[in-house]
Ligand binder design. Structure first.
Ligand SMILES: Cc1cc2nc3c(=O)[nH]c(=O)nc-3n(C[C@H](O)[C@H](O)[C@H](O)COP(=O)(O)OP(=O)(O)OC[C@H]3O[C@@H](n4cnc5c(N)ncnc54)[C@H](O)[C@@H]3O)c2cc1C
Length: 370
């Protein structure tokens, strides 16, 4: 039996998990990557496999439940590259969200995670949270709520998935930039034009640029928001969430024997996946200042051993004007142009689910002509 041939653009976690779903369904899959697999957004994340506690504020219960199921799936693969992590939300007098509101949110989070065998969320008094997060500011601290999510080595976990696929026959073309897609299944790369039965555009924050270069219209814009992290040479046992004045939260997480602090949110443009995405000095200062507000001793510049930055693609409906990046839905959107399925947006945690939706959309593109 002849298998349908699919070309996927982009070897970030979404391209990899689209390949996963398509190979499972018997497609012959080629994956085209401009640089190296997992070099871009998918290795610059906050390294959390999570449901997204804060989406509960927007009543996105279905989205949170789905992501929690996906968190469970990644953990159940037992790769040794992801593990449950306890996260503390310190509550200060007159700052941030009300402790009862947070408690209600974490209880709901526990409920939505039922079946995933994670410990339940808890309340803690100030001394307990100070023990868990050494150096935490005690002034005004009334206690904390802790809940559980999972942390991962994002790059290594994506490469683990990719290695499984290569064993199952995935053809990987790295260092091969795709110039243009055609809705009849042709794909133009630096190496020439080739025809496939289906095309998948999983080029992450650049998927919209690829549509533009291919003269394909979209009812959505992709707004790229740079998020940066600092790796600080300080060991940390548990994770912590710092609440910002504007409602944002910043993670302070254990990471490879150090602490990972982030993220920022800066609207930017990037024309090309090979553009260097770097944390600006202003973002570095902002994160240091935030840390120093909550934790002592202060971070010394020599303690910053790495910075990481990635572009979060936010999907904006052209018919709706968004007021702030946080008010924009971060759910993924699938678009179809003839034989091309494009993914806009999407989270790391839910990449397997997004891959399955892509596979369904690919199957649907072949329905009318067969
Ligand atoms: C700061 C930050 C923190 C985040 N934290 C989390 C988190 O903790 N948990 C979570 O679930 N999600 C998180 N996310 C979201 C998550 O990281 C992304 O949704 C996900 O990594 C996107 O993966 P992707 O495969 O779509 O994109 P990418 O990883 O960017 O991959 C796209 C790939 O396409 C390639 N490409 C682009 N154009 C072409 C072309 N023309 N030809 C060939 N190849 C091309 C690029 O080189 C790149 O490798 C975070 C995002 C950011 C920015």
């Amino acid at each position: 039996m002849k298998h349908s041939r699919v070309a996927i653009v982009g070897a970030g976690i979404n391209g990899v998990m689209a390949a996963w779903a398509l190979l499972e369904r018997g497609y012959e899959v080629s994956l085209f990557e401009a640089l190296r697999p997992m070099h871009a957004t998918s290795r610059a994340s906050s390294k959390m496999l999570h449901g997204g506690l804060r989406y509960l504020e927007q009543a996105q219960f279905g989205l949170v439940r789905e992501a929690l199921l996906e968190r469970h799936w990644w953990l159940s693969q037992q790769t040794g590259l992801a593990a449950p992590l306890q996260l503390f939300i310190p509550c200060y007098r007159k700052t941030g969200r009300n402790a009862w509101l947070i408690r209600a949110g974490t209880l709901l989070y526990d409920l939505l995670a039922l079946g995933s065998k994670m410990p339940m969320s808890r309340r803690h008094d100030a001394s307990q949270v100070m023990q868990a997060i050494p150096g935490l500011r005690s002034e005004g601290l009334v206690g904390a709520i802790s809940y559980w999510d999972a942390s991962m080595d994002d790059e290594a976990l994506g490469l683990w998935a990719l290695a499984q696929l290569q064993e199952r026959g995935l053809k990987l073309h790295k260092g091969c930039r795709v110039e243009r897609l055609f809705d009849d299944g042709r794909i133009e790369t630096e190496r020439g034009v080739e025809r496939f039965d289906h095309l998948v555009n999983a080029a992450g924050p650049w998927s919209h640029r690829l549509l533009e270069r291919s003269a394909l219209e979209s009812p959505y814009d992709l707004l790229a928001v740079r998020g940066s992290h600092l790796v600080v040479d300080r060991p940390l046992r548990a994770g912590c969430l710092f609440q910002q004045h504007d409602g944002r939260v910043v993670f302070y997480l254990p990471y490879k024997g150090c602490a990972l602090l982030g993220t920022t949110e800066v609207a930017v443009t990037s024309e090309d996946p090979s553009d260097a995405i770097k944390a600006s000095q202003r973002e570095i200062d902002e994160l240091i200042e935030l840390h120093n507000r909550y934790v002592s001793p202060r971070i010394e510049p020599r303690e910053i051993i790495q910075t990481m930055a990635g572009l979060r693609p936010l999907v904006v409906d052209r018919n709706q004007s968004a007021k702030s990046t946080r008010s924009i839905s971060r759910e993924s959107v699938l678009l179809t142009h003839g034989k091309i399925v494009s993914l806009l947006g999407g989270k790391w945690t839910t990449a397997r689910k997004q891959g399955e939706q892509i596979a369904l959309a690919v199957a649907a593109t072949s329905a009318p002509s067969e």
